[in-house]
Ligand binder design. Structure first.
Ligand code: CP
Length: 311
């Protein structure tokens, strides 16, 4: 296949991308997705390329889907869990990356708790860097897979009304989706308790602390995980009260459009930000998001590692 235009060496975030670059990733993911339905899910596009998955934070979906995408495209890859690496002996991020680079990989996929960690590696390393989530800053491949899911189901992104609801303050998923959806012409409303809404974000999108207002007439509702591991204070009284005020229930889903889509990046706190009946209900596309995660990560690997030359 001929790769559409994606002019960047790295994928560090959605903010620096233009709509045409986002389109290029989505179109490539759409084209590569059929490989996953073949009896033998393997193409030689990235034969001879080496990818290091370097994860400083826990992950199920992102890490597994990068690993599967690398195998399907025939890249050689290895995953470093920092809990069993020399990070435990105090080695810094830069020393770790430099030592891995001494083994000559073509790409490092990085998840890190510090905002800007992927940008830092991009400044100091010669490998292509993919941000697999940096602190509360960005999670670009998540927004891309969310967009692919919306586009498949709705046929477009432009003009869609999307409510993003929950712990916006700590959410890199919310930030990347806000950038992506607004660049692609969707209309985003952010909803969170005032304590979990970042100051100043109302310059980028309308905000509300009433979930009913956010979801009314929505084409899609993206629920965000309450990130207790990043909370240092009391942002709301109890999880039970949070669910009562901000949880997505069947009753609240009925305020949205009849063909609304329900998304969640996972992992879910069932009974907190989302009721189980909604997570497992007819409007949920949560597992489609996971499937599309493999296709989007294949597209990112392919575009950044010059798959067009090898295919
Ligand atoms: N959505 C997401 O990033 O999930 P993981 O933390 O399991 O990778």
């Amino acid at each position: 296949m001929t790769a559409p235009a994606y002019p960047h060496r790295h994928l560090l975030g959605i903010e620096p991308l233009e709509a045409s670059h986002i389109q290029a990733v989505l179109d490539t993911a759409e084209a590569l997705r059929e490989v996953l339905d073949r009896p033998i899910k393997k193409v030689p596009a990235l034969r001879g390329k080496t990818v290091v998955n370097l994860f400083y934070e826990a992950s199920t979906r992102t890490r597994a889907s990068f690993e599967i995408a690398e195998k399907v495209l025939s890249a050689d890859s290895l995953s470093i869990a920092t809990s069993t690496s020399s990070v435990q002996k105090g080695e810094t991020l830069l020393d770790t990356a430099k030592n891995l680079e001494a083994m000559n990989p073509d790409m490092i996929v990085l998840r890190h708790s510090a905002s800007g960690a992927a940008h830092f590696l991009a400044r100091h390393c010669r490998s292509a860097i993919v941000n697999a989530g940096d602190g509360a800053h960005e999670h670009p491949t998540q927004a891309l897979l969310d967009a692919l899911t919306l586009r498949q189901r709705k046929g477009r992104l432009e003009g869609l009304r999307v409510a993003i609801v929950g712990d916006v303050l700590h959410s890199r998923v919310a930030r990347s989706n806000l950038w992506l959806l607004t660049k692609m012409g969707a209309k985003v409303t952010l909803c969170a308790p005032p304590t979990l809404m970042p100051p100043g974000i109302e310059t980028l999108a309308p905000t509300t602390s009433r979930i009913e207002e956010a979801v009314e007439g929505a084409d899609a509702i993206m629920m965000l995980r309450i990130q207790q591991e990043r909370m240092t204070g009391g942002y709301f009284p109890t999880l039970r009260e949070y669910h009562a005020r901000f949880g997505l229930t069947e009753e609240r889903v009925r305020l949205a459009k009849k063909d609304v889509l329900i998304l969640h990046p996972g992992p879910m706190n069932r009974g907190v930000e989302i009721a189980s009946e909604v997570a497992d209900g007819p409007y949920s596309v949560i597992l489609d998001q996971v499937t599309n995660g493999v296709a989007v990560r294949m597209a990112v690997l392919y575009l950044l590692l010059g798959g067009a030359e090898a295919a």
